[in-house]
Design a protein around this ligand. Structure first.
Ligand code: ATP
Ligand code: MG
Ligand code: MG
Ligand code: MG
Length: 482
């Protein structure tokens, strides 16, 4: 089954159970100071769960664009190194706002996976919340009993508060969850160790696919739990992981979601995917990152020097560096992949198709500007590596990392990544000290500014747009807040 069909089947399945389809909300969050990017399907329904808003429909399903590169969920370091964590991914979800609860959520999840998608039952494991003494909660008996009706007891795993109790924040709606995991190992390997023992163990082939959250409590400010008057269901399934399981691949990147991108990169670089681990990581990082970059720009977040814009710039520079070092791209190359984004995702996410040309231009400019300094920065890093080797030292000084940041545009995590690749570490504290020093230097400078020149620093969220010629024969520099 093709990825597109897998996605539409999910939506149609829940529509047949009276769910209303709602489009994905933007990946960039503009109106919530606690969140920079959408990191789960439930984000757009937060107010309904908090009781600030009455849900328009009591049953909803969708495919939500998510980005997990900052805050509570930050998977960036895993991406490309493993084969199932992405920066940007789609989360398929179904919701009940005070409507159905555990019984239906469990029965439908199982029906969809095993009857509609026909995933083999003997590869699936489910988990239930085992309880927590601190919260005075016992086993989620209800969920356990519903699962017991459909799966043998030895496929039900007891899960701790960490994996099986979901909370929105320090206070607010929360509740136990049941996760569904799949063991994709070849039969011979499965015969040696039970899949059950590998669940939640960072095993490449035994992975979590779906999380069913049952919101039944409200956490009060004093830490106690109160039963909610209306109970809700919030589920999230990683689309790329589901596609991999259905298409029987050993990596998300081997599915038809990523294949066209890998093929394009192979063609352009002359290198082959699947031959060398370090080159493969570069391939995976690039085809992952281009999605995050393109989708975020499509939702209105341009790369910049602060906040969400800087997160995107960092991801983009990371991809450019991987391409430069491991695939030999010394000219902009990422921007060319935007046509594939449009072709492959334009139907479900029209924003990437409608703005393809714009997205491509923004990426091209960013790449070109970073490539102008990348080569020099990498040369400096080579020198540092040689010097450290000579002295038998293993830490890149904070001052050097700061110079690379300030002069060559190397985000700290890029320098740190290159350090790790070379068996070195990085003095982050020293870097932060240098950063502070520079900030106070510029504060001091701006405080002494008077007259007609308006000096605004790049990191204060403004962008230079031009000069105005005033009658008084002085120039005023114009900035626009971005
Ligand atoms: P994991 O334990 O694998 O990191 P999670 O428990 O953090 O996943 P949830 O917050 O429960 O994930 O999100 C719901 C579903 O979204 C997961 O079951 C998984 O299928 C998918 N998912 C989570 N993080 C990612 C990611 N970085 N890339 C792709 N899919 C993901
Ligand atoms: Mg996670
Ligand atoms: Mg998990
Ligand atoms: Mg989970």
């Amino acid at each position: 089954m093709e990825a597109k069909k897998i996605r539409s089947t999910f939506i149609e399945f829940f529509q047949s159970k009276q769910h209303h389809y709602v489009p994905s909300s933007p990946i960039v969050v503009k109106n919530d100071p606690t969140l920079m990017f959408t990191n789960a399907g439930m984000n757009q329904f937060k107010d309904a769960f908090l009781g600030n808003e009455v849900a328009k429909y009591s049953r909803v399903a969708n495919s939500q664009k998510c980005l997990r590169v900052s805050g509570k969920h930050n998977d960036l370091e895993e991406v490309g190194v493993d084969t199932y964590h992405h920066t940007m991914f789609e989360m398929l979800g179904n919701w009940s706002f005070g409507d159905y609860f555990k019984k239906e959520a469990i029965a439908w999840a199982w029906e969809l996976l095993t009857e509609v998608y026909q995933l083999p039952k003997d590869r699936l494991y489910v988990s239930v919340f085992e309880g927590d003494q601190g919260d005075n909660l016992g086993l989620d008996q209800e969920a356990f009993d519903f699962w017991k009706e459909i799966v043998p007891e030895d496929r039900i795993i007891m899960g701790s508060k960490k994996d099986n109790f979901w909370e929105m924040g320090d206070t607010g709606p929360c509740g136990p969850c049941s996760e569904i995991h799949i063991d994709l190992r070849p039969d011979a390997e499965r015969a040696t160790i039970a899949g059950k023992d590998l669940v939640n163990n960072d095993h490449e082939q035994v992975i979590e696919i779906w999380n069913l959250v049952f919101m039944q409590f409200n956490r009060l400010a004093d830490g106690s739990l109160k039963e909610l008057p209306a109970k809700h269901v919030d589920t999230g399934m990683g689309f790329e992981r589901l596609v991999r399981a259905i298409q029987q691949k050993s990596s998300n990147y081997d599915t038809d979601l990523f294949a066209p991108f890998l093929a394009a990169l192979e063609k352009k670089s002359g290198k082959v995917y699947g031959k060398d681990e370090q080159t493969d990581i570069a391939f995976r990082v690039i085809v992952d990152h281009i999605r995050a970059i393109a989708f975020t720009i499509a939702d209105g977040q341009l790369p910049s020097n602060n906040k969400a814009g800087y997160v995107i710039r960092r991801i983009l520079r990371r991809a450019v560096r991987y391409g430069y070092t491991f695939l030999g791209f010394h000219e902009p190359f990422l921007y060319e992949l935007t046509s594939l984004i449009s072709e492959n995702f334009g139907e479900i996410f029209p924003e990437v198709k409608q703005q393809q040309e714009f997205i491509s231009k923004v990426i091209y400019e960013e790449e070109a500007s970073f490539l102008r300094t990348l080569d020099n920065g990498l040369k400096i890093l080579d020198q540092i590596k040689a010097e450290l080797k000579e002295k038998n030292e293993h830490v890149i000084p904070g001052k050097t990392a700061f110079e690379l940041y300030d002069t060559f545009g190397f985000p700290l995590d890029l320098t740190s990544l290159i350090a790790r690749e070379n068996g070195l570490s990085l003095d982050e504290k020293g870097f932060n000290e240098e950063m502070e020093k520079q900030k106070s230097r510029s504060r001091a400078a701006s405080e002494s500014e008077t007259g007609d020149w308006v000096l605004v620093h790049e990191d204060s969220g403004v962008e230079f747009v031009g000069y105005d010629f005033l009658e008084t024969y002085s120039y005023i520099t114009k900035y626009r807040v971005v």
